[in-house]
Design a protein around this ligand. Structure first.
Ligand code: TXA
Ligand code: MG
Length: 324
């Protein structure tokens, strides 16, 4: 199959209406989209990604009104959060309507659903009379793509079309939340919207269940090894790690620091000005570039554990050798 990359929304629509897959840009990472109401189309996602069927997919809608057709019992708190963060990198777990196939939710009575914030994809979604199911457009377990070129590298020959929307602005996957008793907000995956941002809007503490390494596949984003480069990755104090791996070919990932003992070409400084949002945006591209450098190990700093820094640390931990 020939894979075309372009910005033609009409063509993307044609493929989706035909039951084919299209890679779509979002503000978080690129998604691999199919008509969420068409089981045969959704099956292709699992095949192309080599993704286990027990791992459910996020459904993407153009707006809140469209979303309401596919879910029920929306808690009042979700509406408050949506006013602030939708469209945006926040995914909700809501009770699903019957029209959403069990294949999409892996049998779960709840569906993960969000409104992505990207002009091309919003225009595409608004032109469809169905929502799209879309996991990140990478082979299962590998690093999520943040450019159309990343998608092409991983999936060319396997999908007909990549809608090119440039570099993903956020660069990390969406935050996933659900609602427990009394509408208590439970966060299942740290991502583009921070814990602090949600707590500020709701004026209350939320439960963070992003328990790393639980390996409960039925729960969002909690597979142990994930987002992983092929190269072994260690997180910690870089100076110490450099001693530990003396004699090895090394690349580093740092927030803003430079390490004088290493050539600059092996150092990936994610934000020289010390901006966590910028660091998040650059993380996955850096991991992919390092994977092509042919080094023995990647040594990564631990980032400030606040705001989107938590999501950066989460992805680095999941990419680490301890979890392979
Ligand atoms: O930013 C994102 O969320 C990107 C873009 C493309 O929207 N998508 C994404 O999808 O990261 P994926 O499939 O790579 O990760 C979705 C996570 C998975 O860990 C899955 O287990 C969880 O969401 N999930 C999806 N549906 C669920 C459901 N019904 N119940 C529990 N977890 C669910
Ligand atoms: Mg993924």
């Amino acid at each position: 199959m020939q894979t075309i990359t372009g910005t033609d929304i009409e063509l993307a629509k044609e493929f989706l209406c035909n039951g084919d897959l299209v890679a779509i840009p979002t503000e978080t990472v690129y998604g691999l989209a199919a008509n969420a109401l068409d089981e045969d189309a959704v099956l292709k996602i699992f095949e192309v990604k080599n993704r286990p069927r027990f791992n459910p997919l996020i459904v993407h809608c153009a707006n809140w009104e469209q979303m309401e057709k596919y879910v029920k019992n929306i808690p009042a708190k979700a509406e408050i959060l949506a006013k602030k963060f939708c469209p945006g990198p926040l995914t909700f777990l809501f009770d699903k309507q019957d029209i959403i196939p069990d294949l999409v939710t892996a049998g779960n009575a709840k569906v993960a659903i969000r409104i992505p914030d990207h002009p091309l994809t919003l225009a595409l979604l608004a032109s469809l009379d169905f929502p799209v199911a879309a996991p990140s457009a990478n082979p299962f377990g590998y690093i999520s793509p943040t450019t159309a070129q990343h998608v092409f590298k991983n999936l060319s020959g396997k999908i007909p079309y990549i809608l090119d929307g440039g570099v993903a602005e956020v660069g990390l996957e969406s935050t996933i939340i659900g609602f427990g008793e009394n509408e208590q907000v439970i966060l299942y995956r740290v991502g583009g919207i921070s814990v602090e941002e949600i707590e500020t809007v709701l004026q209350e503490k939320i439960i963070v269940e992003n328990t790393f390494g639980l390996n409960k596949p039925e729960t969002a984003g909690q597979l142990k090894s994930h987002y992983a480069p092929d190269t072994a990755l260690y997180t910690g104090d870089i100076n110490q790690l450099l001693l530990q791996f003396a004699g090895k070919r090394v690349a580093t990932i740092s927030f803003f620091k430079q390490y004088s003992v290493l050539p600059l070409s092996n150092q990936f400084i994610l934000s020289p000005s010390g901006n966590l949002d910028e660091a998040a945006k650059n993380l996955f591209a850096a991991l992919r570039t390092i994977d092509e450098l042919n080094v023995d190990v990647i040594l990564a700093e631990i980032f400030p554990d606040k705001g989107i820094g938590r999501a950066i640390n989460d992805r680095l931990n999941r990419a680490g050798v301890e979890n392979k």
